[in-house]
Design a protein around this ligand. Sequence first.
Ligand SMILES: C[S@@+](CC[C@H](N)C(=O)[O-])C[C@H]1O[C@@H](n2cnc3c(N)ncnc32)[C@H](O)[C@@H]1O
Length: 248
Amino acid sequence: MFPIQIAPNDPRLTQICARWDLTPNDNAEFSLLFEEDILTLKKRDEPKLGGIMVDFVSGAVAHRRKFGGGRGQAIAKAVGLKAGATPTVVDGTAGLGRDAFVLASLGCRVLLIERHPVVAALLEDGLRRAYLDGEIGPWMQQRMQLVHGSSLEALDNLEDKPDVVYLDPMYPHREKSALVKKEMRVFQSLVGADTDADGLLAPALRLAQKRVVVKRPDYAEDLDGVRPSTRIETKKNRFDVYVKAAMG
Ligand SMILES: C[S@@+](CC[C@H](N)C(=O)[O-])C[C@H]1O[C@@H](n2cnc3c(N)ncnc32)[C@H](O)[C@@H]1O
């Protein structure tokens, strides 16, 4: 049960609490509210940080889909997207679904697994609105599906083996907190560090047919101390690629 503050007279929030096992609590650190039909999370004592929400239809994520470099992006190369190869992907650490959305918008079918109930609630709300959108709704319904649970178990229980398992666990930030984007600060204080992330690599390698891709900050050590087959570097991050078989 995760304690959360909600507006008591909004029946949509009462439903969300029941569905995601959230406990309405007036003194909770975080509050959930609808802002213009968008489920939003705020840190109660730090309103200046603003809210976090999932919006695939407009805003930064939609902008990146339209103008963000398509299959030339590092993440696309890392999962092996190329002419004639559009891999299926399990995103084992879905978060706010941004990376998964980039891959889905490039044609990949992505199963998103998220264990934090509040993050999963925000993600489901973002998917609900995206599924209804006239432009992206039809392919979103086909390509992005959410599962709530821990990938530490779920990866070993999936029947359909994807080409790629993608992992982006939380990593403690090195930058001074003032430099971390406001939205990221709310997200980090909600989720914390994924200290058990090393345990994801082995089940990911068992499940993926072709490769496992791990997104890491450039200063981070290898996941579970295992050296990848290759690395794709970006300005702040790198994608560690563990190759099992050629993309074909
Ligand atoms: C850094 S965020 C991922 C951000 C995501 N790549 C994006 O583009 O929005 C990491 C997320 O993974 C989730 N997570 C960590 N370990 C997990 C596990 N074992 N199973 C499912 N979700 C997990 C955390 O709750 C958090 O929401």
